[in-house]
Ligand binder design. Structure first.
Ligand code: DQA
Length: 146
């Protein structure tokens, strides 16, 4: 079975209790479980990871190059700040789908800018926990095309 990485950035470990009006009430563990099951239905193994640290996220992306067909990535706040994360995505040469729970364009202006979008294959934003399933679906479709 082919495999993909589902990678979550900073503060997403607090999902469920973190600003539920913005991010919903589902925990990260619940989202991961749904994503793994959804992937199984598509014939793909979804491996999940989360870090609050920029370097650890970059390490996970580098490592994914050795085993994953692609990555579904919610970079959290690093979306708007991290040149290093952008460079890692550009470097690994496997498709990365950017996902966000919230509609970043309906929020503060500083969230309208993403440093990673230009090097991602595409972006899904605003569908709550469903953004992740849409991201998995999109990535698997892309991988099945080639
Ligand atoms: C987020 C949006 C970001 O602006 C924010 O910093 C997050 C979560 C989202 O999933 O909606 O941490 O990536």
């Amino acid at each position: 079975m082919s495999a993909i990485l589902l990678l979550h950035g900073p503060n997403l470990n607090l999902l469920g209790t973190r600003e539920p009006g913005v991010y919903g009430s589902m925990s990260l563990a619940d989202i991961n479980q749904r994503s793994v099951e959804f992937g199984q239905g598509l014939g793909v193994e979804v491996r999940c990871a989360q870090s609050n640290h920029e370097g650890a996220l970059i390490d996970a992306l580098h490592e994914a190059r050795t085993w994953a067909g692609g990555v579904v990535l919610n970079p959290g706040g690093y979306t708007h700040t991290s040149v290093a994360l952008r460079d890692a995505i550009a470097a690994i040469g496997i498709p990365v789908v950017e996902v966000h729970l919230s509609n970043v364009y309906a929020r503060e202006e500083f969230r309208h800018k993403s440093l990673v979008s230009a090097v991602c294959r595409g972006k899904i934003s605003g569908f709550g926990w469903r953004s992740y399933l849409l991201g998995v679906q999109a990535l698997v479709d892309i991988l099945n095309e080639v």
